[in-house]
Design a protein around this ligand. Structure first.
Ligand code: ATP
Length: 383
């Protein structure tokens, strides 16, 4: 086992496209680090550089104490698991799992022992004599995992290993991989575009955008204290609602709506004082909104009157899409002529809510949980 250190790493492809900008990451020994971000943000490039499948343009990469910038992939003591499991179709599961060991001339007895152990861990013992075509998607993925495990590497590198599985199986395998990683304690870097996967699996999560690291922290900190609008919108499902607003003393104006901020908001975020009389971007998580008719009369300055557009009943909650008379501050949708900027906020309501599409309802906002961002730099307003 080993730590992985990525220091001031850049990647410029031969066509001059810079896919990674000054990346700094330290993955601790035994840690499960998830690299997450939208398509094209450079996750696979970063992982492939660690694996040695892609050259580093500048910077230093260490696995343990060893600088591996110029070390061949096979000599880096890592094992990769890809989304297309890359199993040999003519070999049985047993032969696939043991193949790398056989190539490395590990004694036959030892190969057999390690394959059996891995198969037990992965609940594959009954499947070892089957060929990949006779296995289910989940079982194939387990064989690919088994192949990585038997090598007893210093680190696992996983690139979207679950993306070929159906939703239910993904949830199952997600838990299995987490459990296995904990059991083995092998340092792991796991790439995904799925923020739920990132949040549920990672000890820490690194969020990338356009080749630039936006934030690295535990899932809970990313959720509670996102560094900027991008992380705020990317982490959490459904996404945080982000609106342009202006701050007048303790009052926050969003279009025609007005909310009163508690004193605690300014105590927690001293820097917000400087925005009095100015514009901010305000973020509201869908779970911090509730149908006002369900509880006692809410205090003044905590509700917004909105038109319900669509309701989605999930049993344990009702997700509603509603029109908010305010301007969205969506960094992914910067076109001011786009009508969708003016509507379509999302709330997760108690299933007792009886609201229906077309109805105008009062929505209570947990004003103490609002997030605030600078309208120019899109960075979080805290200290
Ligand atoms: P996805 O989730 O879609 O796999 P990703 O975050 O893993 O995306 P990368 O595959 O790392 O993204 O690609 C990052 C950027 O680098 C993309 O804009 C991609 O087009 C570009 N890129 C990747 N490989 C090359 C290459 N060989 N030459 C030039 N540009 C490349």
């Amino acid at each position: 086992m080993a730590s992985i250190t990525i220091q001031q790493v850049d990647k410029v492809y031969p066509n001059d496209f810079q896919a990674i900008h000054n990346l700094n990451l330290e993955v601790e020994d035994g840690e499960f680090l998830v690299l997450v971000g939208p398509s094209g943000c450079g996750k696979s490039t970063a992982l492939r550089m660690v694996a040695g499948l892609e050259e580093i343009t500048s910077g230093v990469l260490r696995i343990g104490d060893r600088v591996v910038n110029n070390v061949e992939p096979k000599n880096r003591d890592i094992a990769m698991v890809f989304q297309n499991y890359a199993l040999y179709p003519h070999m049985t599961a047993r032969e696939n799992i043991g193949f790398a060991l056989k190539l490395a001339k590990v004694p036959r007895k030892e190969v057999t022992k390690r394959v059996i152990e891995a198969a037990q861990m992965l609940e594959l013992s009954e499947q070892l004599d089957k060929k990949p075509s006779q296995l289910s998607g989940g079982q194939r993925q387990r064989v690919a995992m088994g192949r990585a495990i038997v090598r007893q590497p210093a680190a696992f590198l996983m690139d979207e290993p679950l993306s070929n599985l159906d939703a239910k199986l993904r949830v199952q395998m997600r838990a299995d991989i987490s459990r296995l990683q904990r059991q083995l304690g092998v340092t792991t870097i796991y790439v995904t575009h799925d923020q739920v996967e990132a949040m549920t699996m990672g000890d820490r999560v690194a969020v990338l955008k356009d080749g630039v690291l936006q934030q690295i922290d535990t899932p809970q900190v990313l959720y509670d204290r996102p560094n900027n609008v991008f992380v705020a919108a990317f982490i959490g499902s459904p996404s945080m609602n982000l609106y342009e607003a202006s701050l007048e003393d303790h009052r926050l104006r969003l279009g025609s709506h007005e909310l009163t901020l508690p004193t605690s908001t300014f105590e927690q975020r001293p820097a917000l004082q400087r925005y009095r009389g100015q514009n901010v971007i305000v973020g509201v998580r869908p779970e911090d909104l509730e149908d006002a008719s369900l509880g006692p009369t809410p205090p003044s300055g905590t509700t917004m009157s909105c038109t319900v557009e669509l309701t989605e009943s999930l049993g344990n909650e009702i997700v509603i899409h509603f029109l908010l008379d305010a301007t969205r501050a969506d960094p992914g949708n910067p076109d001011p002529s786009d009508d969708t900027r003016h509507n379509n906020a999302v709330a997760r309501l108690d299933p007792r809510s009886r609201c229906s599409a077309g109805e105008i309802i009062d929505i209570t906002v947990k004003v103490g949980n609002l997030h605030f961002f600078d309208p120019d730099g899109h960075t979080s307003i805290w200290d």
